[in-house]
Write a protein that binds this ligand. Structure first.
Ligand code: 13P
Ligand code: SF4
Length: 349
């Protein structure tokens, strides 16, 4: 675990990170991408970190892959590529860089390392996990295989390398239905998200059986919440991530991966939108869509929120927190991830 006192002392020995009004002004073009959601005093404190990280990235030939749930100063201030899990995995494989800093959670960094073993992959905080990834091990996969002999195992990318290695193919929320439909068997095992599996089952032509994992952020929403939101905010478009329970998805106007949600709001430009997902999603697109009024509430992912500018700068400076995956396990896990990427490309996803 990072010792934040030591992190701060190391950083202050090497960088001038004092809040700076003049630097905030100098970097105003970056600030313009988030000025609807980040206050000027906050920007004055972020700007020195943003400058230091962006300079250090050049020295290290590093890129930052930022998930859609990162806070705006990370998403707009220092990320070279942003996107959902599938887009970030694809980018990790194709990007030319020596170092990847994964501004997201641990399974995403592991996926990057599996796909790009020659690159150094850094996690700003190793404790940034995921309740889904923690809900299943390789033994769980074997248990499911014993229960449903012959059925292929489609595992969500929100899993450890060990689980990916024990699975037949991976999926993300943006390709799950198509991946499940592409399996030859009538019965398909989905792990570890019971709700994603149930939502996929409602759309796919397969008998989907599943592991009982869930996302602690999305499982909190209820269908009644959505009905109440609608009543209190007439005319609001409700847009839910498919990690939400199926009755929540049924109440929503649209459901899709984090990038699917962003695309929907861009295309539809509803007057009022409520994103039934992690809080930073609405913040990150608020400036691009001034005509849309984003109505709360939202739920925070405590794992995603462990990532900060300070930790990003520290790991880039020290090159600590390198993500390693056992080579044999990475070879097996790569097969599952690569099958998903190949199939997604073939299907034009
Ligand atoms: P996406 O693939 O939609 O970005 O989802 C990842 C995730 O962890 C959502 O909770
Ligand atoms: Fe995992 Fe849920 Fe957080 Fe996504 S939002 S990283 S699924 S805990």
């Amino acid at each position: 675990m990072l010792d934040m006192t030591q992190v701060r002392s190391t950083l202050s020995d090497h960088y001038d990170l004092e809040p700076s009004v003049s630097l905030a002004e100098e970097l105003k073009e970056i600030y313009a991408r988030m000025d609807r959601v980040v206050t000027p005093p906050d920007w004055v404190t972020y700007a020195p970190y943003v400058r230091a990280i962006n300079q250090l990235k050049k020295e290290r030939n590093a890129v930052i892959l930022g998930h859609n749930y990162m806070t705006p100063e990370i998403f707009h201030g220092v990320s070279d590529f942003v996107g959902d899990s599938l887009q970030l995995a694809m980018k990790a494989q194709e990007v030319e860089a020596d170092v990847i800093v994964q501004a997201g959670v641990h399974f995403m960094a592991e996926t990057s390392k599996i796909l790009s073993p020659e690159k150094t992959v850094l996690m700003p905080d190793m404790q940034a996990g995921c309740s889904l990834a923690e809900s299943i091990t390789a033994e769980g996969i074997e248990e499911m295989r014993a229960k449903y002999p012959g059925a292929p195992v489609v595992s969500y990318v929100n899993t450890t390398a060990e689980v990916k290695a024990a699975s037949d193919i991976c999926c993300t929320s943006s390709n799950a239905v198509q991946i499940v439909n592409a399996m030859e068997s009538d019965t398909v095992i989905m792990t570890p998200d019971q709700y994603l599996a149930q939502n996929v089952a409602n759309e796919a032509d397969k008998n989907v059986v599943y592991w009982p994992g869930s996302c602690i952020v999305h499982e909190q929403y209820t269908a009644k919440d959505l009905r109440d939101f609608r009543e209190w905010n007439p005319g609001t478009r409700l847009i839910a991530h498919p990690e939400c329970p199926p009755d929540v998805v049924a109440e929503a106007d649209f459901s899709g991966s984090t990038s699917g949600i962003i695309k929907y709001v861009h295309d539809e430009k509803p007057e009022k939108a409520m994103l039934i997902t992690e809080c930073s999603m609405a913040s990150n697109i608020a400036d691009e869509l001034p005509e849309v009024d984003f109505v709360g509430p939202c739920n925070m992912c405590p794992y995603m929120k462990k990532i900060s500018l300070e930790k990003i700068l520290y790991v880039l400076h020290t090159m600590e927190n390198q993500v390693e995956v056992d080579a044999e396990m990475a070879d097996k896990a790569r097969l599952s991830v690569q099958r998903m990427i190949d199939l997604s490309r073939k299907l034009g996803l």
